[in-house]
Design a protein around this ligand. Structure first.
Ligand code: FES
Length: 63
């Protein structure tokens, strides 16, 4: 996965930034939105942001 890839164009939020937010304890979409601003403008990226949250959460919770 390319961590430099911009997931949310409106807020210039990268994949890596979403991972950081999840690794620092964000679990819900709302928490990640609060931490990164991703998905708070036009909403076009929401599906991808949610998929990434699920992915990084699974990664984080797997020992
Ligand atoms: S692309 Fe993420 S809010 Fe617009």
């Amino acid at each position: 996965m390319d961590m430099e890839k911009i997931v949310c164009n409106c807020m210039s939020v990268t994949c890596g930034r979403i991972k950081e937010a999840v690794d620092s304890g964000a679990v819900t979409l709302e928490e990640v939105q609060e931490a990164t601003g991703a998905g708070t403008v036009c909403g076009a990226c929401l599906e991808e942001v949610e998929a990434l949250i699920a992915h990084f959460k699974a990664e984080r919770d797997t020992p």
